[in-house]
Design a protein around this ligand. Structure first.
Ligand code: HEM
Ligand SMILES: *[C@@H]1O[C@H](CO)[C@@H](O)[C@H](O)[C@H]1NC(C)=O
Ligand SMILES: *[C@@H]1O[C@H](CO)[C@@H](O)[C@H](O)[C@H]1NC(C)=O
Ligand SMILES: *[C@@H]1O[C@H](CO)[C@@H](O)[C@H](O)[C@H]1NC(C)=O
Ligand SMILES: *[C@@H]1O[C@H](CO)[C@@H](O)[C@H](O)[C@H]1NC(C)=O
Ligand SMILES: *[C@@H]1O[C@H](CO)[C@@H](O)[C@H](O)[C@H]1NC(C)=O
Ligand SMILES: *[C@@H]1O[C@H](CO)[C@@H](O)[C@H](O)[C@H]1NC(C)=O
Ligand SMILES: *[C@@H]1O[C@H](CO)[C@@H](O)[C@H](O)[C@H]1NC(C)=O
Length: 353
């Protein structure tokens, strides 16, 4: 007798799940996603980020970068926040993140504050999006309306994180890595402008730009020689590769348009920065650099658009993914959660029995 019943139950579940999926497959991110369930979420994120900055002047930059490193790896789904476990090989251990990506403790603080106000509602992926916006704006950059409604992944991709855009990449490679996620020259040049604040370690430029450009044993000829002298003092050959340098020496903690002026002065820190202007093929990117160098307002407007575009990279919506309780780990018992989700959404108590 239990046999037909056994068959019936999963069929019901499958039918309901499919109905929910198709109903929500149109799901788009929306600025009002938490209006009824957590209307203060933006303010909570902003105040926690601002508080963190009082003891960590670099945090605005670090949180802005975290959002980028999240979105470029299987979409904006909080995957970068997952630590090693039996099912997860953490993206945090991939080369571009290891001993480099930071701000995870502040994300945890934000999550705690948000959970206190509205438990189980706000995703870690959305927290990263909100924290990036708050950071840029608090550092003097533009503000914008953040689109929300992302859900959190139950997976991470260590290999894909290893393939994030890198400081040694040439323009062609950068263009390819951006176009792979639907971003183009305007987004590449605009988002690179985030290197207007924060720090970079010697290891990401000293050999390639100061001491052994392309195997020549000489400096990169596209590097300003006055700037090079300063960098050589902070990053002696064979020295400590973890020593930090300001990405924008003029206003290290401020979000402004100086990045592009620096590029015009051959003061881009990484190969990937100066390539936007100096690569022989950089006609399109160079004209964007030159436009932004003389027009901070145009840069800010473009930055808002490109951040929104980056924030739209394959989000999980509807019934895919989950709302993590702890941003560092996937929820336990995801099968059970599917049942609970269905009961809440469609009041089918018997099917979920
Ligand atoms: C275009 C390709 C990009 C490359 C190759 C690149 C590479 C890097 C590298 C190597 C660092 C220094 C990390 C360290 O020394 O530990 C860095 C820092 C940073 N990057 Fe990028 N980045 C790129 C694009 C972006 C984008 C799109 C954003 C954000 C929209 C961004 C925001 C930042 C920020 C704010 C920092 C400073 C972080 C801190 O001080 O903690 N970068 N980037
Ligand atoms: C992880 O990323 C790599 C490289 O981008 C890709 O080839 C692979 O299919 C991804 N793995 C999964 C499980 O999605
Ligand atoms: C850019 O880098 C890629 C990967 O290292 C290389 O294959 C390509 O030849 C380089 N392109 C140019 C124009 O230097
Ligand atoms: C780097 O060196 C290789 C081999 O010597 C050469 O073919 C290439 O043009 C050089 N690239 C640059 C950007 O100078
Ligand atoms: C290298 O520099 C980093 C950053 O300044 C510092 O924390 C670390 O202790 C240094 N390591 C050595 C071996 O000096
Ligand atoms: C090097 O930097 C200085 C200071 O910004 C600037 O005046 C000079 O024009 C730069 N040189 C080159 C070749 O860009
Ligand atoms: C860059 O320009 C060189 C010639 O200057 C050409 O051989 C190469 O294919 C170009 N690369 C791209 C990606 O357009
Ligand atoms: C979240 O998970 C991490 C990793 O397991 C753990 O170290 C941390 O204590 C957890 N945080 C909370 C608030 O439970």
């Amino acid at each position: 007798m239990s046999h037909p019943r056994y068959l019936l139950l999963p069929l019901n579940l499958i039918t309901i799940t499919l109905a929910l999926l198709s109903q929500r497959s149109q799901a788009q991110l929306s600025p009002s996603f938490y209006d009824c369930t957590c209307s203060d979420v933006s303010a909570i994120v902003r105040s926690t980020v601002q508080q963190a900055q009082t003891s960590d002047p670099r945090i605005y930059a670090s949180l802005t970068r975290l959002f980028f490193h999240d979105c470029f790896v299987q979409g904006c789904d909080g995957s970068i926040l997952l630590v090693d476990s039996s099912t997860i090989q953490s993206e945090q251990d991939a080369r571009p993140n290891k001993n480099s990506a930071r701000g995870f403790n502040v994300v945890d603080d934000i999550k705690t504050a948000v959970e206190n106000a509205c438990p189980g509602v706000v995703s870690c992926a959305d927290i990263l999006a909100l924290a990036a916006e708050a950071s840029v704006n608090l550092a003097g950059g533009p503000s914008w309306t953040v689109l929300l409604g992302r859900r959190d992944s139950t997976t991470a991709n260590f290999t894909a994180a290893g393939n994030l855009p890198g400081p040694f990449d040439n323009l062609t490679t950068l263009q390819k890595k951006f176009s792979d996620v639907g971003l183009h020259d305007i987004d590449l040049v605009t988002l690179s402008g985030a290197h207007t604040f924060g720090r970079g370690q010697c290891q990401f430029f000293s050999n390639s730009r100061l001491y052994n450009f392309n195997g020549t044993g000489k400096p990169d000829p596209t590097l300003n020689s006055t700037y090079r002298t300063i960098l050589e003092q902070n990053c002696p050959q064979g020295g400590n590769g973890s020593v930090l340098n300001n990405l924008d020496p003029i206003t290290p903690n401020k979000f402004d348009g100086n990045y592009y002026i620096n590029l015009q002065n051959h003061r881009g820190l990484f190969t990937s920065d100066q390539e936007l202007l100096s690569d022989p093929n950089a006609t399109t990117t160079a004209s964007i650099v030159n436009n932004f160098a003389g027009n901070q307002r145009a840069f800010f407007n473009s930055f808002v658009q490109s951040m929104i575009k980056m924030g739209n990279i394959s989000p999980l919506t509807g019934s895919s993914g989950e709302i993590r309780t702890n941003c560092s780990v996937v929820n336990s018992g995801s099968g059970l959660e599917l049942h609970i989700q269905i009961r809440h959404d469609s009041d089918t108590g018997s099917a979920a029995e």
